[in-house]
Each structure stands twice: as C-alpha cells, then as structure tokens.
Design a binder for this molecule. Structure first.
Ligand code: KG4
Ligand code: ZN
Length: 345
C-alpha cells in the first residue's frame, strides 16, 4: 500500500487529496470561478493569492477526514508543471514545507500525467498500453501510454487547445466564463446541424492531411464571422450546438483513427473537456462500433483535482522516483520530459 498526500494549484482550483494506491481516501477542492468570473477569465495574480488563502484550510479538512498525520504518508505529491508559475509555486511551497517537516519524499507531478492517471481511479485494473485523448484548457493531444508509463505523443493541436476554443467561443456568444460547461448546457437545446462549420485539418507537404493533428483557431474565426453576419437575436443555442458538434466530430474521428492504426483497444479521454456530455456520448458509441473500450473519468476527475495528482504520485513513488527539494515550477514541460523531475532512489 502506498499512501500519498497530493496538492494541485496549477490554475484556478486549489485541491488537496489523500490517495492510497488507486483509491481516494479524502479530497477537497476550492474553486475560484466566482473570483475570476468578473474578469471573464483566469487572472494569474489573483489565482496565486486565492491558493495562498485556501491551501491550509484544505489541508486541515483532508487531514481531519483521514485521521492521518502527514508523517504517516509515504510521499507528498505536488503539481509542478505545466501551469501558471505563481499558482504552482503556492502548492510547491506547501508541499516542500510538509516534506521537510515530516521527512517525507517530495514527488513533483506533471499536470497532464495527473489527468491521464485519473483513468486509474475510474478503472483500477487498467494498465498500459492504451491511447489517451488529452483535452484540457491548455492542451489537446493524442498520446500513446506505453508499458512502464512512458508517453508517445502521436498528434496535437497546431494552435488553440480545445478548452481554449470553448472558452473563446463562449465569450463571442456572450456566455461568460468558464465557457465549456456553458456551451455544453446551451448546446442541448440547439440544433447541431443548423450551421456547417469548418473542421480544422492540417495539410501535409506531400498532399493530404495529417491523420491526427488538429486545429481549432479557424473554427473559432468561422464562429466569429457567423456571429457578425447573423441578424439579432442571435440563435445562440444553434451556434453553440453547431460549434460543439464540429469539435466533437474532429476529436472523435482522430482518436478512433489513431487507436485503430496503433492497435490500441483501450481509449482514455482525460482533461477538463472530457466533462463534455456530447464528447462522452459520441466517443463511447463510436468506439464501441470499432471494438474499442472507452474510459472517461467522472466529471469531477476530468476537471482539475488533487486525486489524479495523488494517483500519479503513487505510480512515480512505486517506480522509485522522487524529486529534489530544489524542484522548481515550470509553465511549460512536455510529457516526454517528465524524467527531468526526478532523481532515482
Ligand atoms: O483540465 P482543466 O480543468 O484545466 C486545465 O488543465 O486546463 O480544463 C479546463 C477546460 C476549460 O477550458 C473549460 O472550459 C473546459 O475545460 N471544460 C469543458 C467542460 N467542462 C470544462 N469544455 C466543454 N464541456 C464541458 N462540460
Ligand atoms: Zn487540468
């Protein structure tokens, strides 16, 4: 049994959890949505301040729920990259303090590895290899997860992340922040076939299109033009539904094509946009038609949380990894560079 205290502060959720192997013993999340909403997006300085205010309270709550002393855990996992540096630093400072105070190993976690590991909480018997479609506010990629939990990026967005596209289109439609859940809800009452929107394709130099890479900035521009041209009142539900349909088709087609070509029979969908109802439904039914098993964590483990960081922490610690106390936060770090976060026992 490996028990991990996990801390996540990479963006606008302060989260703490205790995870034992692939089981969540306790968790607490403080969302900052209300604070950022008035500005229409995440204000980094405000995010750091909110993390600083909230982190100790969450640590106390989680400690109470488990009845553990932090000296009882096997390690302290913390998101250290990628993310907002000021925000990451708050979690990192808290984790380092506890690691020194209780003489426990510090385990820096790559935020996207956390999102992938949310699938282990959902399906405790899951083991690599599998394909993961990572769809969050800052990242969109198709990654093959190989034996030994190594990552092989096979496709990615060439411009906007898909969550970013949801947020920008929501702003264009005057819906507010965060855009994803608002479009998701509104699209349910709209007709997805009202407007034909372009699915961004990446041309290859020799002709044809990249099978897995994607683009969302052209789609966002097409929605902007549509909004400018349409007479008022704007049919917001139909625009939202048409946009969401185009995105879901683009993601589903690439993920299924990639899984089939790689011979991977399990597909994990992870990250904030995996909370999208149409994506969950379309991916599940399309994959089933091709004999592919789909694992999508419940909504609360799709968006940012500390349980997924704890699960990644268990994995890294059992592989003999821990991080030096001079570990720093990084705004960008590729999944293929994860080993730079660790020293081996
Ligand atoms: O993974 P996440 O919580 O934070 C990052 O690591 O970026 O993802 C946040 C993104 C935001 O862009 C948000 O609008 C989007 O996930 N999102 C959704 C839904 N819920 C959250 N997008 C579409 N449909 C949703 N239901
Ligand atoms: Zn995230």
């Amino acid at each position: 049994m490996t028990t991990i205290l996990a801390i996540e502060t990479s963006c606008d959720e302060t989260a703490v959890a205790v995870v034992q192997n692939r089981c969540v013993l306790a968790e607490a999340v403080a969302s900052q949505i209300a604070q950022h909403q008035v500005y229409g997006g995440v204000v980094p300085e405000l995010a750091s301040r909110q993390h600083l205010e909230g982190i100790n309270l969450l640590l106390q709550q989680v400690q109470k729920q488990t009845g553990l002393s932090w000296g009882d855990v096997d390690g302290i996992a913390v998101t250290c990259a990628p993310g907002l540096v000021g925000a990451l630093n708050i979690g990192l400072a808290a984790a380092k303090t506890l690691a020194v105070l209780y003489q426990r190993p510090l385990v820096g976690i790559h935020h996207l590895e956390g999102h992938i590991c949310a699938a282990y909480l959902t399906e405790p018997t899951l083991e690599p290899p599998f394909l993961c479609l990572l769809v969050s506010g800052g990242h969109t990629s198709l990654v093959a997860v190989r034996d030994g939990q190594t990552y092989d990026p096979l496709g990615q967005t060439r411009d906007d992340a898909v969550g970013e596209a949801f947020d920008k289109v929501a702003r264009l439609l005057g819906l507010g922040y965060p855009g994803g859940p608002l479009i998701d809800r509104l699209a349910q009452t709209g007709n997805p076939h009202t407007f034909a929107l372009p699915e961004g394709k990446i041309s290859l130099p020799g002709g044809g299109y990249h099978p897995y890479d994607m683009s969302f900035s052209g789609l966002k521009t097409a929605v902007r033009r549509l909004v400018e041209q349409l007479p008022s009142p704007l049919p917001v539900a139909d625009v939202a539904a048409s946009f969401q349909y185009t995105v879901v088709q683009a993601l589903t087609r690439r993920a299924i094509r990639c899984a089939l070509a790689e011979g991977l029979t399990t597909l994990v969908v992870a990250g904030g946009v995996a909370a999208n109802r149409e994506l969950r439904q379309t991916m599940t039914t399309t994959a089933a038609q091709h004999g592919i098993r789909v694992i999508i964590p419940p909504m609360k483990y799709c968006t940012d949380n500390a349980a997924m960081i704890g699960c990644a922490g268990v994995l890294r610690l059992t592989q003999g990894h821990h991080s030096p106390l001079h570990l720093t936060s990084q705004s960008r770090l590729s999944l293929t560079e994860i080993s730079t976060l660790y020293v081996k026992d």
